[in-house]
Design a protein around this ligand. Structure first.
Ligand code: BGC
Length: 934
């Protein structure tokens, strides 16, 4: 007999209750369409007071919500498990079937042994687990379009009518359309996804989405309408034609079930839509006079003379080769709408336009043109509101920068012809938004409007993977606040179902080397668990038998198929997903592949030095790059073999740690030994023991060696001195590093006790620096340290140099995960520095919200910290050079330290120790207010 929940609840009067909240399954709230056989459960805990934790849990899963309330778990009852774990607990009950809906609750026990049950009931629903669950076919149109070129043809309308005569009790749609689709039922858009499905290698995996469409379907006649655009699928890489696969599973009150699916012979029709051209890079062309009002509603008359010739029977499409996989990542959505901050008429000076539309080389005379400024560089598009006679052509162009005469500068967009074009139907106010493209821009030129322009004419629509922001940061230094803002914007603009390199030119690829630098910033600022897990699959999909992975995932056409050692983000990101989100499964799932990658690197090495490489520490300041190299972006101060060997070591040592986590002792030893051998060879080859410089003595080389703890103890101080000397004296507090080593440089400076130098780099305003970008008006992070806007590689929205965002959280706010996993334990260690008066920040971790606020005074220091339930924090109160003998430390007005003596046990604190640079105490959950006074 199962216990009912009530019988195990045993609350004490007067005490606050330990309560499980935020129930998540597969890191999502009440997901539908899961296709993992053992979904994982997680929850957070709340309880007032201090030092609260969970000592045991019990998960119960049922097939119906009602009995679950009674505590009857017909699918699984874990029983009481003595454990403090709250993250990633695997379902171990009865086998789950496709489409099955399940409900769950969790009971937790606190330190005193009292139990309490989650008030909320979590739910999850399985998707289509087996490929054979898909009985729908891929359908397309017969027309032959020039999809082999990059300039792609029209988006297609797919339509099907169907009747339902019985009472409907549930309806689910499983749908994918390549390149992108948007679905409606009875004229209403299903869900809020944009640019769906997420980007994958369509030869290997095709993502589908699951929607609850109960509210959309009527008893009676219904119409499904799906618009399918080109996306990456209809490019030379996959050579596809727009195609659709979907099935709606409808359950009726009488216990029967019906599936409406895409196929050749059940009445599906296809037509060209008013979107007569669309491409990710090249925008959309929309002719509103081609609209067929109500085409996706039952009232639409197919026999209407204007429309009947446009509809044709569908054909079976050449199916994409990839298997159908549920899209478990957050969808791309409209996440914000921005009003322009100004508009200007651009000069009539003809400016060279390298991407002319329709072969046009000159600006048409006498046509109205106006340039809007959104005040922010974004990824997305604009919503246009215009009026005018039928056939009026409005052209929208996008750019990140302007020429001196306020004309758009589109040179740095390369081959992306970022133009949307709308032909009016002439029926009053018309509103247009594209569907199957996106642009990276701050400025929008509207050409061809009639009458007076106004700021209401356009709205900027911010479009990206809607993953949750988890950090906050604010400090007394306005430049750093702006820099943090720019980092967040750049990250948002570059999350499009993969972490992209840029969002404006003809790339937008998942370059692995950029993510090697950026991934820690990403996981600190956003809940990237699902998105980056999916991207790990994308990387694995590029892997060759030899173990090599590609430079970009999905692999499209840039970068090499046999990737560079700098692509070690494959290992680093997984480690971060484990550390930050407690995701151990990611390590187990990809273990074989990361091992193959490390072994591949090993196979390329000679005497434990890895010579292979072609990207290296990419795009340092111009003076530190070879001018005649690829995009003038190859470092002339740090060699490929140096950077490659560092990553070879990094990968091997992480591999050993991952093997340890997975309890694989042989591999743990094997990779530990490998990393030790690499370290030895590395120091023999690259360390000049006389000068105490690595390789050519660049900032990158010395910083990376220190970051990886490769420097033998006896040379450490010498290398540090050289690094600081190069920065402070030779370069007057300016960096010389590229996309990778900039991260290591800034972090290592703080680690070796030169936070002051890290601070001067972070707050520097002259070239090359982040401050220089801001002084030049940047609202996002640039790809190059230089201000450039020419027809060369210089995106103004490129996340790699945003890697400094991790340092903001770790060293300014001071939240460092240390040895923790999923923040079960962490360190609070804000670093004082001259020029910083206060800093505050927070991090919404998988265990709850950490909050920190610090005030640095002349003779006092205040620190407030909130530690989530079930966590342990070591709090390090920085010694600001004050004499210990004179210092008193208080917590909530109780003295905990005086004259160097720690009062153990006062104010729930323990383990007080004084280290060289700080006083450390250990605390459990709760809020703490420290004050230090001389
Ligand atoms: C990308 C970079 C990338 C580089 C590597 C560029 O085109 O935008 O971010 O690191 O190629 O070669």
């Amino acid at each position: 007999m199962l216990n009912t929940i009530d019988s195990i609840l045993n609350r004490t009067k007067g005490n606050s209750v330990l309560l499980p909240v935020d129930l998540m399954c597969e890191y999502a709230k009440d997901p539908i369409g899961i296709d993992v056989l053992k979904p994982r459960f997680s929850w957070k805990l709340i309880q007032d007071g201090r030092e609260k934790c969970q000592t045991a849990y019990r998960i119960i899963v049922a097939s119906k919500e009602f009995p679950l309330k009674e505590g009857i778990a017909d699918l699984w009852d874990s029983g009481k498990i003595v454990s403090d774990l709250t993250i990633g607990l695997e379902y171990e009950g009865k086998k789950l079937s496709s489409g099955q809906k399940c409900y769950w609750k969790v009971v937790v026990w606190d330190k005193e042994g009292f139990a309490s049950c989650s008030i909320e009931t979590g739910s999850f629903e399985m998707g289509l687990i087996e490929q054979t669950d898909w009985n729908a076919e891929w359908i397309s149109a017969e027309f032959d379009y020039p999809y082999k070129t990059f300039y792609t043809g029209p988006a297609l309308y797919f339509r099907r009518e169907f009747m339902l005569n019985k009472e409907i009790i549930s309806a689910r749609t499983y749908v994918s359309g390549l390149g992108y689709y948007e679905m409606s039922i009875n004229g209403k858009k299903v869900g809020d996804h944009l640019l769906d499905p997420g980007f994958t290698d369509y030869d290997i995996r095709v993502l589908y989405s699951t929607y609850d469409v109960f509210e959309y379907i009527n008893q009676g006649s219904n119409v499904i309408g799906v618009t399918v655009g080109n996306g990456f699928y209809c490019t030379p890489r996959w050579n596809g034609k727009p195609c659709l696969r979907m099935q709606i599973v409808i359950h009726f009150g009488d216990g029967t079930c019906e599936t409406i699916k895409s196929d050749y012979d059940s009445g599906w029709l296809v037509a060209e839509s008013p979107i007569y051209k669309n491409g990710i890079y090249d925008g959309e062309r929309y002719d509103a006079s081609l609209e067929m009002p109500g085409w996706d509603k039952a009232s639409f008359c197919m026999e209407n003379d204007n429309f009947k010739d446009r509809w044709h029977k569908v054909v079976n499409a050449v199916a994409p080769k990839g298997r159908m996989v549920s899209q478990m990542i957050e969808p791309i959505r409209n996440t914000e709408e921005i009003k322009p901050i100004g508009m200007k008429e651009p000069g009539n000076v003809f400016v060279f336009d390298p991407n002319p539309i329709y072969g046009q080389t000159e600006k048409p005379a006498g046509i109205n043109r106006i340039v809007f400024d959104l005040g922010q560089n974004i990824a997305g598009w604009v919503r246009l509101k215009v009026e005018g006679p039928k056939g009026t052509k409005i052209v929208l162009k996008f750019s990140e920068t302007l020429y001196f005469d306020d004309n758009l500068n589109v040179e740095n967009l390369y081959l992306a012809d970022a133009v949307d074009c709308y032909f009016l139907k002439g029926e009053g106010l018309e509103v247009y938004e594209p569907k199957f493209t996106y642009h990276g821009f701050r400025y929008v030129e509207v050409e061809g409007y009639i009458g007076e322009p106004s700021l209401d004419m356009i709205t900027g629509i911010v479009v990206h993977s809607d993953i949750k922001r988890i950090s906050e940061f604010n400090c007394s230094h306005s430049l750093l606040n702006q820099l943090y803002k720019n980092i967040i914007w750049t990250e948002r603009d570059n999350l499009h179902s993969i972490p992209t390199d840029c969002c404006q030119r003809n790339e937008r690829f998942g370059w692995l080397n950029d993510t090697t630098a950026r991934c820690e910033e990403t996981v600190y600022n956003f809940n990237a668990e699902r998105l980056l897990s999916k991207w790990m699959d994308d990387i694995e999909d590029t892997q060759l038998e030899s173990g090599a992975i590609a430079d970009c995932a999905p692999y499209v056409w840039y970068g090499k198929r046999i990737g560079e050692p700098v692509d070690t983000t494959f290992v680093i990101t997984q480690w971060l997903l484990y550390k930050h989100y407690g995701d151990k499964r990611i390590l187990a799932e990809h273990y074989g592949s990361i091992k193959k990658w490390v072994d591949f690197l090993d196979s390329k090495a000679a005497g434990n030095i890895l010579y292979h490489g072609w990207i290296g520490d990419w795009a340092p300041p111009r003076a530190f790059s070879y001018t005649d190299s690829l995009c003038s972006a190859i470092s002339n101060t740090t060699t490929f073999e140096y950077i490659s060997t560092c990553y070879y070591y990094y990968a091997a040592s992480l591999m050993s740690q991952i093997a340890h986590v997975l309890d694989n002792k042989n591999d743990e030893m094997k990779y530990k030994e490998l990393s030790e051998k690499i370290k030895k060879a590395f120091n023999e080859k690259f360390l000049d023991k006389k000068t105490m410089q690595y390789e050519m003595g660049s900032q990158a080389a010395n910083a990376f060696a220190l970051y990886l703890h490769l420097v033998p103890e006896e040379f450490k101080q010498g290398v540090i001195n050289n690094l600081v000397d190069d920065l402070v004296h030779k370069n007057n507090c300016h960096l010389t590093t590229g996309n990778l080593c900039t991260k290591y440089l800034i972090e290592v400076l703080t680690e070796i006790g030169r936070h002051d130098v890290a601070w001067s780099l972070a707050t520097q305003t002259t070239y090359p620096s982040w401050g220089y970008m801001i002084e030049k008006g940047a609202t996002t992070i640039w790809e190059r340290w230089e201000y450039e806007a020419s027809r060369a590689m210089n995106s103004h929205n490129h996340p790699m140099y945003g890697s400094i965002g991790a340092w903001f959280m770790k060293s300014l706010v001071g939240i460092d995960i240390g040895d923790g996993v999923g923040f079960d334990q962490f360190i609070i260690h804000p670093q004082p520095v001259k020029g910083l008066e206060y800093v505050s920040g927070s991090l919404e971790t998988v265990r709850g919200r950490i909050e920190v606020s610090v005030c640095y005074g002349e003779s006092s220091f205040e620190l407030s910290v909130a530690v989530p339930v079930n966590c342990i924090a070591k709090i390090r109160i920085p010694d600001q050079g004050w004499n210990m003998g004179d210092v008193r430390v208080y917590e909530s007005n109780l003295m905990i330290w005086e004259n160097g003596v720690f009062f153990e046990g006062v104010s729930d604190l323990s383990g007080g120790i004084k280290k060289k640079d700080y006083y450390e105490v250990k605390v459990g959950s709760g809020r703490y207010n420290f004050k230090m006074i001389i």
